[in-house]
Design a protein around this ligand. Structure first.
Ligand SMILES: [Zn+2]
Length: 85
């Protein structure tokens, strides 16, 4: 058996796989798995979500942003302005 050095990429939709994963805008910790540190939504080919759930996820992330549970982009951070060196 040959194992790859990289962590095996699980290519399955985690929402299809488990009903414990509730796709909801209030579930911020879960949503954070699907956005980058700059606030971008991670592409489906990377996360392995199915089309149906990726679409639903996008909607929930956008809802969460409106509720200020998530950020739109990292540049909104106040630290950016302080950096004038
Ligand atoms: Zn799915």
């Amino acid at each position: 058996m040959v194992y790859k050095k990289f962590a095996p990429r699980k290519k399955f939709c985690r929402f299809c796989a488990s009903k414990e994963n509730i796709l909801d805008y209030k579930n911020v910790d879960m949503l954070k798995d699907f956005i980058t540190d700059r606030g971008k939504i991670i592409a489906r080919r990377i996360t392995g979500n199915c089309a149906k759930h990726q679409r639903a996820l996008t909607t929930e992330i956008k809802k969460a942003r409106q509720m200020a549970l998530l950020y739109y982009t990292a540049t909104h951070s106040t630290d950016v302005r302080k950096k004038t060196t």
